[in-house]
Design a protein around this ligand. Structure first.
Ligand SMILES: Cc1cc2nc3c(=O)[nH]c(=O)nc-3n(C[C@H](O)[C@H](O)[C@H](O)COP(=O)(O)OP(=O)(O)OC[C@H]3O[C@@H](n4cnc5c(N)ncnc54)[C@H](O)[C@@H]3O)c2cc1C
Length: 596
């Protein structure tokens, strides 16, 4: 609503050559950066080139250029390991200042774990930024007319009654589920198991340690509840085409799809509603009471708004689908608007728990069903794991992508003798199941090569696995497989920590990091620190942790230090142990963690 309308360009981080981007920034009224943080605190691939350019540029790049800038980071406090939280955005922000830019507002951190998602931080950040951008202050959006919808829907004349009609989501591949095998005792409260997918004829390939991203599907009951609201005008089997009104944006939907498929695969019906959603509902609302209630849900800190705590409680207990049903009588938006009001389903990531060396054109995941109680003590299940555990069956198609993972096992021939320590907590065991399958494949390859040459097969370095879970009797996942690996030598030693089974023999809580100090000699052997220097590969040993963050990678490093100096182990001098840990963690960066 500003006059004259500001000319805003939205530029993808890799859309321009970095020097052209810098000139564009220098010639603009202001530049606003939005970036996530990748992997272990790195820049996302999309802005890697731009970052390289800014990092290596002369410090006077923007001196006298009057560059005004602001940076907003998209991050998750769940990955808060070391200084990784929002690191890419913070580094960008600092570097632009060094280059002579003028920071308009402090760097923002849109935390995925906030009850309002990234918007929880974005809205207040924008409130600070807008007056700096526009001297007159940013005009508030009108509450009278809903904005134009972002997508236009055209209903096709005929309906498609074949319920199996599943167009491929853009940028995804379909893979089919072959089988599922539970990994927990029967009736155990936290189901977990291995999902086996076939890659035959898909053309998909992956590397050990990669991730599978799955686009989740909404439960039938949520989809039906929305279809019932629009039942007079629309039917689930009706086909439609969707056109995006933003000419610069890619359309996230397939060319043709049914209404049921749109609601099942694309719109995040079971997500947590945002203030923006309530605001748009308000614009369609008629009755005074309904308008009052909706206003109280989108306004912050006004006389009409409810407290943040009440807002959080309400959105914790109600999904987009629930809210639409609750207010349908007096505030049902035209169907077309749902595509602008409800965010798109986002893929869920899984560490691949198999290896391509297996040679069977399959891909396996080790998945734990995500269950929690909401603030009304109602049992809830995560969207994707609900679908996987409760609705999927062999032959079902999953829309997936393969992404490069953070944890990669030693692969080069000269690195195969590297000692490897793997620490998996709960579902964090998954990548290491893949590592072990990979080692079995590598061993077979070395044996075959040796046989052909008539020589002795080369040996892999030792592999030690630490596994933290709850109960030995219920969720010691894949115990039989690990025994098999110990026998064939792909696994050298395994140490377990069952956190709900009481204390360890030495009276400590059974946590994964305590399993290291419980057996300090075993740990030192895992790194080959017990061997004579000329025989030991301890200086290239790698440690991998996968599981929740919560300070665990740091606690593991502390335990490693204690194990090295322990009298029951090698009784290393503290200084020497510190040196070793510093080399491993900070200098060579051979301690990798993947937290979720
Ligand atoms: C790199 C990476 C690798 C991973 N590897 C694995 C793996 O190998 N195995 C594995 O099991 N998992 C893995 N995960 C976790 C996995 O991606 C999913 O997060 C997990 O399966 C849960 O997905 P979901 O759709 O079932 O739950 P979601 O629906 O995404 O729920 C996630 C959380 O959000 C909250 N939440 C969601 N909806 C609501 C709501 N309406 N109200 C209140 N709170 C809500 C809850 O706290 C819930 O715990 C990995 C994650 C990452 C990032």
């Amino acid at each position: 609503k500003l006059k004259p309308e500001p000319n805003v360009s939205l530029i993808a981080g890799n859309a321009m050559k970095p020097d052209a981007l810098a000139s564009c920034m220098a010639g603009s009224m202001a530049s606003i950066f939005v970036s996530c943080t990748y992997g272990e605190g790195e820049m996302p691939e999309m802005i890697a080139k731009a970052w390289e350019f800014f990092e290596s540029s002369d410090d006077a790049l923007f001196a006298d250029k009057n560059l005004k800038y602001a940076v907003f980071g998209l991050c998750s406090s769940r990955y808060d390991v070391g200084d990784q939280y929002n690191r890419a955005a913070r580094r960008f922000d600092r570097r632009l200042e060094e280059l002579g830019g003028q920071r308009m507002v402090e760097v923002g951190a849109g935390d995925d774990q906030n009850s309002e998602g990234y918007r929880g931080a974005l809205d207040p950040w924008l409130e600070q930024l807008m007056p700096k951008l526009f001297a007159t202050g940013a005009a508030k959006t009108s509450l009278l007319d809903p904005p134009e919808p972002l997508f236009k829907i055209n209903l096709a004349p005929s309906s498609h009654s074949n319920t199996n009609f599943r167009p491929l989501p853009p940028c995804y591949h379909f893979i089919s589920l072959e089988s599922f095998k539970s990994c927990v005792s029967e009736g155990y409260e936290r189901p977990a198991g291995v999902f086996n997918f076939s890659l035959k004829d898909t053309g998909l390939i992956y590397k050990c340690g990669d991730h599978l991203a799955i686009l989740p599907r909404n439960p039938t009951e949520s989809v039906d509840s929305i279809l019932a609201l629009y039942g007079e005008t629309l039917q689930g089997s009706q086909l439609l085409t969707i056109q995006t009104m933003d000419v610069n944006a890619d359309c996230p939907f397939p060319k043709v799809l049914s209404i049921r498929e749109l609601l099942t695969q694309y719109l995040d019906l079971c997500g947590r509603p945002s203030r923006q959603f309530f605001k748009l509902m308000f614009m369609f609302a008629r009755g005074g009471e309904t308008r009052k209630r909706l206003r109280s849900l989108f306004e912050r800190d006004s006389k009409d708004s409810i407290s943040q705590e009440e807002f959080d409680t309400y959105t914790d207990q109600n999904t987009y689908a629930d809210v639409l049903c609750e207010f349908a009588k007096e505030a049902l938006p035209p169907f077309e608007y749902l595509l602008s009001m409800i965010p798109l389903n986002t893929p869920r990531f899984y560490s691949i728990a198999s290896s391509p060396l297996d040679g069977e054109e399959k891909l396996e995941l080790l998945v734990v069903k995500n269950m929690w109680n909401d603030s009304a003590k109602k049992a809830r299940v995560g969207l994707n794991t609900k679908y996987m555990f409760e609705q999927s069956k062999p032959g079902d198609l999953f829309a997936v992508q393969i992404h490069t993972g953070i944890l990669q096992p030693p692969e080069e021939e000269e690195d195969l003798d590297t000692p490897v320590i793997m620490l998996g907590l709960g579902a964090g065991l998954a990548p290491f199941v893949g590592f072990l399958q990979h080692r079995q494949g590598q061993m077979k390859k070395l044996r075959d090569e040796a046989l052909a040459e008539g020589s002795e097969p080369k040996k892999l370095g030792p592999a030690t696995l630490y596994f933290g879970t709850r109960h030995r009797a219920h969720d010691y996942y894949l115990e039989d497989y690990f025994q098999e690996c110990l026998k064939d030598g792909s696994l050298t030693a395994i140490y377990t920590a069952f956190s709900r089974d009481g204390l360890s023999p030495s009276g400590k809580k059974q946590y994964i990091y305590n399993a290291i100090t419980e057996n300090p000699l075993g740990f030192a052997k895992g790194l080959e620190l017990d061997k004579a220097p000329e025989e030991s590969k301890s200086n290239k040993a790698r440690c991998y942790y996968c599981g929740s963050a919560n300070g665990i990678p740091e606690a593991i490093q502390d335990s490693m230090m204690e194990a090295l100096v322990s009298k029951d182990g090698l009784a290393m001098r503290r200084e020497r142990a510190k040196e070793y840990m510093d080399l491993l963690v900070n200098i060579d960066k051979r301690f990798h963690s993947e937290c979720f």
